[in-house]
Design a protein around this ligand. Sequence first.
Ligand code: SF4
Length: 226
Amino acid sequence: MRKYGFLKHSLVDYPGEVCSVVFLPGCNFHCPYCHNKLLGQEIAQNGWFLKDIVRYLQEAKRMITAVCITGGEPTLFPETLVFLVETFKGMGFKVKIDTNGSHPQQIETLSPVVDYFAMDLKTSLKRYQEITKIEAIDKVILDAMQLLLQRNPNSFEFRTTLDWNFVDEGVVEKLGLLVRKNTRWFFQRCRGVYALSQEAYADETQRIKNVCKLAKKYTNFVFLRE
Ligand code: SF4
């Protein structure tokens, strides 16, 4: 029987909801700032079986209103993902999926039932192969973006981790041309891998502000997640 990573409650993984978070290990990308490289190991040691997650959710239903399914990359496991979505929706929860956008067909299949998607925009389409090591990934990412852009603008977000090795002002301009005026676009600081001095942190803060200002040329809904 399969185990999952499980966070009982989170205030930051589903906009406006108190959610639980279910983690599926394994990813097809190679982001240097990834926090989840040891997820498989962690789940093997401390993971939850689905029946225990379901039991917890039944008991916590007054407090928890949604479930976020994340990874790794959850769309790598289509059958499992469909089953999880159906299970949680069947229990009356809103469901959000976090994705790196590498499986647009999963987004298409699940779009009618999933309440919210969060998709990473890691760099410009042209540079995507640098970070993912996957050939022709740019077209796949564009497909995934276009599928989400057909949805209600309040039902998805793009999010960009500001690793300056892959994101700069030019990248934000190029991505900006692909979003709509009403698209939610979240930026987040790249933490953990690159330790910064106080001065460098202040410089970075200024650069983040500049990048957000630039993004606001393309959409009215730019946010910084600290
Ligand atoms: S897409 Fe997400 S889970 Fe996969 S390597 Fe990148 S940061 Fe890690």
